[in-house]
Design a protein. Structure first.
Length: 93
């Protein structure tokens, strides 16, 4: 029984080292809600995208949909909302 407990402790710490998240946080991040799915699709980022990847994807999208480039304010608001949602879901550093 004690070997099993040690194995779970090592696996938990390994998950934290590899992903930067505890196993329960990592598992929660894998089950995306519909708004998160739409935000990731809109920005074109992967499920486990980092903060810099999300910000860069947002920057690229804004350059395409900005009103000065023929886009609309509504598209800019959608891009900003998608960025804010995804950044809020990242673990605090």
């Amino acid at each position: 029984m004690s070997k099993l407990i040690w194995l779970l402790v090592v696996a938990t710490l390994g998950c934290k080292l590899v992903t930067g998240r505890w196993p329960w946080e990592f598992a929660r991040s894998l089950s995306l809600s519909e708004p998160q799915r739409r935000a990731r699709t809109l920005l074109g980022v992967a499920r486990l995208a980092s903060r810099p990847e999300i910000i860069e994807a947002h920057r690229r999208l804004i350059t395409q949909v900005h009103p000065d480039r023929g886009g609309s304010a509504e598209l800019v608001h959608e891009a900003n909302a998608a960025r804010d949602l995804l950044l809020a879901r990242l673990p605090a550093i």
